[in-house]
Write a protein that binds this ligand. Structure first.
Ligand code: ZN
Length: 491
């Protein structure tokens, strides 16, 4: 017996033949898809709940491959800044997060992500203030409450300003504590079984906030435990300069020297790549989480998506943290990916179907789940987005995929994750949206009012902007003359 059947909708399957049906059905049995086909629902599948989905298009649920959920509570700050300026304004704010703030921020962030068609999200959490409680556990609790499939990563920073890194010393941890906490997170949360709703990853933050020693140790730990690796790389020209001056190589060469180019690794951004770097990513099967809105918001440049795909690099999409992408719409990233690729590469640089593929199957591949999610096929997990296209914005449009990728974001009629309804008629049904919004307001205002108790200079003076900029022996010393608009795009 099938539990649920969606009938009479357009279907974009993303299966091996990229089949699309002008009118078809999807039958769901438990947490898996029982059948997908064109035409009428056969009698033997029509014994469960049947939903008339006419006027809608069904796609695989979208897969978000890069996020920082806690940042939902710090949106709208440093709005005209470069990455390094934005980070140095926000690090002291993030140093005040705690378990409650992260729970409320993550619940709101995930609920909103669900509204934009996302059924599986990763998270990269790398700020662990002392005495803040179980902030990683708070993101796990939020994902369970909202009902999304979740791939959190235990992030980390161990290169503080006094050692030449970008973050203040107060927000970095020592390497032994990081590795112990990462082991514990994997033991506590990781579920390797088929159909898993949660798989952990390991994710030191970036070249300018993490030592090479930690990168190597983290890779060893992840491979011992059979989980995937994630980090930020090649996001800005400033980072390329940092790697050239500190390591004498490009960011990709640096990663390769640390054992970080492999098919169990996916990298956020990868904006500033040369041809040799793209070739190394392709040869090693290393994936890229393309975050077009965040890159544009921070003026970091435009990822060479078309070149990555031609070379055979696995590519998915990410909204990145809401503090650098206030919209946080995963369907919106599919639109931005097309527009950015075409802005630098012409109208054939990325097709609308390629972009939807990045948002679905491409993302599933990055996180090692392409055998279970990312397409609508019998036997795969029932992660489905059903978009309404019969309203004013889309009713007459010729191509449903163009409607999704180039048009206004359509109402989300239904979002199903693991066979369960998460969004119905553009409203999250697993958590109360108004309560989630009120809790997010509380989290953001708590952060505004909370003193940065952890960061006191000798003599008890609280940290200030002047204090941050006065640090010597840090990446600031190198960048002091660069805190102004400079190269705006790499290509
Ligand atoms: Zn990020």
């Amino acid at each position: 017996m099938t539990a649920l059947v969606l009938r009479g909708c357009q279907v974009v399957t993303m299966d091996a033949g990229r089949a699309e049906y002008a009118s078809g059905y999807i039958a769901i049995d438990g947490n898996r898809i029982a059948a997908v086909a064109a035409g009428q629902v056969p009698d033997d599948l029509a014994d469960g709940r049947v939903i008339d989905a006419s006027g809608c298009v069904a796609t695989p649920g979208l897969v978000n491959t890069h996020h920082h959920l806690y940042q939902w509570a710090t949106r709208g700050r440093a709005v005209d800044s470069t990455l390094f300026q934005w980070l140095t304004e926000l690090y002291p704010v993030w140093a005040r997060i705690d378990e409650r703030i992260v729970l409320d921020a993550a619940t709101a962030a995930l609920a909103w992500l669900a509204r934009t068609g996302c059924t599986t999200s990763t998270d990269h959490h790398y700020v662990f203030p002392r005495g803040a409680g179980d902030v990683l556990g708070a993101t796990v609790a939020a994902a369970r409450d909202v009902g999304l499939r979740f791939h959190p990563t235990r992030g980390s920073m161990d290169l503080g300003a006094s050692s030449g890194g970008l973050p203040p010393d107060e927000v970095v941890e020592d390497i032994d504590s990081i590795l112990a906490a990462t082991e514990k997170a994997i033991s506590s949360f990781h579920d390797p079984e088929p159909g898993s709703m949660l798989r952990m990853g390991v994710a030191p933050c970036s070249p300018f906030s993490v030592t090479g020693e930690l990168m190597r140790a983290a890779a060893g730990l992840a491979r011992d435990r059979g989980v995937r690796l994630h980090t930020h790389i090649a996001e800005t020209a400033d980072e390329s300069d940092f790697c050239a001056e500190r390591f004498g190589c490009t960011p990709v060469e640096y990663l390769e020297s640390l054992g970080w180019l492999a098919d169990d690794v996916w990298l956020a951004h990868a904006v500033h790549l040369d041809d040799a770097g793209i070739a190394r990513l392709a040869a090693t099967g290393t994936g890229v989480a393309h975050c077009p809105s965040s890159n544009a918001r921070l003026g970091a440049g435009i990822c060479r998506t078309a070149d990555l795909l031609v070379a055979g690099v696995p590519v998915g999409l990410g909204v990145d943290g809401a503090a650098s992408n206030e919209e946080s719409s995963l369907l919106g990233e599919a639109r931005e990916a097309v527009l950015m690729a075409r802005a630098i590469g012409g109208p054939q640089a990325l097709t609308v179907r390629q972009s939807l593929e990045l948002a679905t199957l491409g993302g599933a591949r990055l996180i090692g789940r392409a055998d279970e999610i990312g397409s609508l096929e019998a036997g795969k997990l029932a992660d489905i987005a059903l978009w309404r296209l019969d309203g004013l914005a889309h009713a007459d449009i010729a191509d449903p995929v163009a409607a999704l990728v180039l048009g206004a974001r359509p109402p989300l009629e239904l979002l199903i994750v693991n066979g369960e309804t998460v969004v119905e008629r553009d409203e999250v049904v697993t958590v109360d949206e108004r309560h989630a919004a009120a809790a997010a307001v509380r989290a953001a205002s708590t952060l505004r009012e909370k003193p940065w108790a952890a960061c006191r200079q000798p003599g008890g003076t609280a940290c200030s902007a002047e204090f941050r900029h006065s640090r010597s022996n840090s990446v600031f010393a190198m960048l002091e003359v660069r805190l102004r608009p400079r190269r705006t795009a790499g290509w």
